[in-house]
Ligand binder design. Structure first.
Ligand code: ADP
Length: 334
């Protein structure tokens, strides 16, 4: 199912939670809604679910206007942050619940619940109660329950935020795997840029209710359209150059030419220590897993974080750093 949001806005009293959002989502894709807390991600998801009616604009599913259609008639499945499983019901009954609510017979409900459980590989846990499951297993129950009615759209609201770091990695791969197997159009809300980049076909980055940039993960990283995007995407944070004069910028980026810009940014992984370039003092050296991240400082006070090869030894306090023209990001705006 393809989805189209046309000039969608949602106003709560004085707050414009979502402001004139336009977005097309192709059938079978996984799209992440990404952005800082309060930027309007959940509100957007709730409008897609039919839990909120937008104050302006329209929502189309396969070209059909569903703006005023109630949630039960939208053919969507939803997984919330806290999973909202019923603690007193078995896994099987939890999964079958949406079917029972839709007046599907008991026998058929149970059969279909078992099928959904098989899809997410929890069919050995059907008799347990949610309290007897791990976080990852509870997550799968929530997904099974969301897909049991064979919806055409899956909406996931920060589904991994209650899991520990390691399980988050595994579960996000599993979500992607299930999504691709079912070829189900999926919206995934997250504030975690790495999570969004790793599992999505498309990333939609929002701020203050506005869509700032959307595109495939590679483009969001390589071609940020603003300083906000450059700073939000990528880890550790991109270096924003504010303290260097023109001559110093030329030392850092020898082939910069006559570019005009308001601000410049360069990622830690796109800088090198070299025999010539901008002189900087070596500061903190951090070993982050397989990588080494060094913080350096220029006499102007400008600091950079630079990834260096694992076995780099710093024999002197002052080294030189450089970046290539194609790896720097120039912005006209703040
Ligand atoms: P996100 O999911 O990106 O964290 P939300 O969509 O939850 O952001 O919220 C966007 C903005 O709308 C925030 O400023 C939030 O306080 C406000 N908001 C969300 N829901 C409501 C509501 N039911 N009533 C009033 N304000 C709301």
């Amino acid at each position: 199912m393809s989805i189209e949001l046309k000039n969608i806005s949602m106003k709560f009293k004085d707050t414009m939670a979502v402001n004139d959002l336009n977005l097309t989502i192709d059938s079978g894709k996984l799209v992440s809604l990404l952005g800082p807390s309060g930027c309007g991600k959940s509100t957007t998801l709730f409008m897609l679910a039919g839990l909120y009616e937008p104050t302006e604009g329209s929502i189309l599913f396969n070209g059909k206007d569903v703006t005023k259609v109630v949630p039960e008639k939208r053919n969507i499945g939803m997984v919330f942050q806290n999973y909202a499983l019923y603690p007193h019901m078995s896994v099987l009954k939890n999964i079958a619940f949406p079917l029972r609510m839709a007046k599907v017979g008991r026998k058929e409900s149970m059969e279909r619940a078992v099928q959904a459980a098989k899809l997410v590989e929890i069919n050995h846990l059907l008799d347990r109660k949610p309290g007897q499951l791990s976080g990852g297993q509870q997550q799968r129950v929530a997904i099974a329950r969301a897909i049991v009615r064979e919806p055409e759209v899956l909406l996931l609201d920060e589904p991994l935020s209650n899991l520990d770091a390691k399980l988050r990695l595994t579960m996000r791969e599993e979500i992607r795997e299930i999504q691709q197997r079912l070829k189900i159009t999926t919206l995934f809300v997250t504030h975690d840029q790495e999570e969004a980049l790793s599992i999505s076909d498309q990333v939609v980055l929002m701020k203050d209710g506005h869509l700032i940039q959307h595109g495939d993960p590679r483009d969001m990283y390589d071609l940020p359209n603003s300083r906000f995007v450059a700073e939000f995407i990528g880890s550790p944070t991109i270096n924003v150059v504010t303290a260097l004069n023109e001559a110093e910028i030329k030392e850092l980026v020898p082939h910069i030419g006559a570019a005009r810009f308001h601000s410049m940014a360069v990622r830690p992984e796109d800088m090198v220590i070299s025999s010539s370039g901008l002189p900087v003092r070596v500061g903190l050296v951090e070993k982050i897993g397989k990588d080494v991240l060094v913080t350096v400082e220029h006499t102007s006070g400008q600091r950079f974080k630079v990834f260096v090869p694992k076995h780099t030894v710093f024999n002197q306090d002052i080294v030189h750093i450089q970046a290539r023209r194609q790896d720097i990001h120039l912005f006209d705006n703040q």
